[in-house]
Write a protein of this length. Sequence first.
Length: 178
Amino acid sequence: MSWQTESSKELLTISQVREIAGVSARTLRYYEELDLLPGVRRRAGGRRVYGPDEIERLRFIGRLKTLGLSLAEIKQLNAVYQIQGSTQAMLSHLEKLLDDQLAVVDGRISELVALRDDIQKYGDHVVSRLHDTRGDIRGDTQDDTQRDTQDGQPRHPQPVETGISQTAGQLKERGKDA
C-alpha cells in the first residue's frame, strides 16, 4: 500500500506545474504572494504542491492576461469571488472588465487604422516625389541643369542639397581613422 492518499497523488510539484501551465516558478510564487493562488498547500518539508484547482486558476489567469486584463484586475475578480462567495458576482464583474477592455481595443484599432491611412498617404506622396525626381534625372523633363553646354557636351544634373555634409565615402574613411 502506498503512503500517499488518493488526494496527494493529484498534487503536483512546482516544476510539474511550470510545465503544465507554461509559467516560471518565480511567476507561481509571485501569484501566490499576490493572493491570485490562495490556498497553495505545502508538504512537510515546506515545498509547494498544487492541485487541480490551482491548475484551473492558472489557466484562467493566463486567459484573462491574454485578453488584456492586468493582474490587479484579476485580483479584483478573486476578491469579488471571495467576499461574495458567488461565481455569478465574479462573472458580472468580469463582464464589466471585458466590456471596458473591448472599448480600449476598439480605440486602439481606430488609432491603428488612422495610422495606417497616414502611412499609406505619406507612402503615396513619397512614390509621387520619387517618380518626379526620377523623371528629372533621366531627362524626361529638361531643365537648365540638363541642357547641352556651349561646347556640345551634355551637362550632368546638379546635386540636390540635402543638408548632409558628408558623403558615405567620407564617413567610411573617417571610420578608418578612428
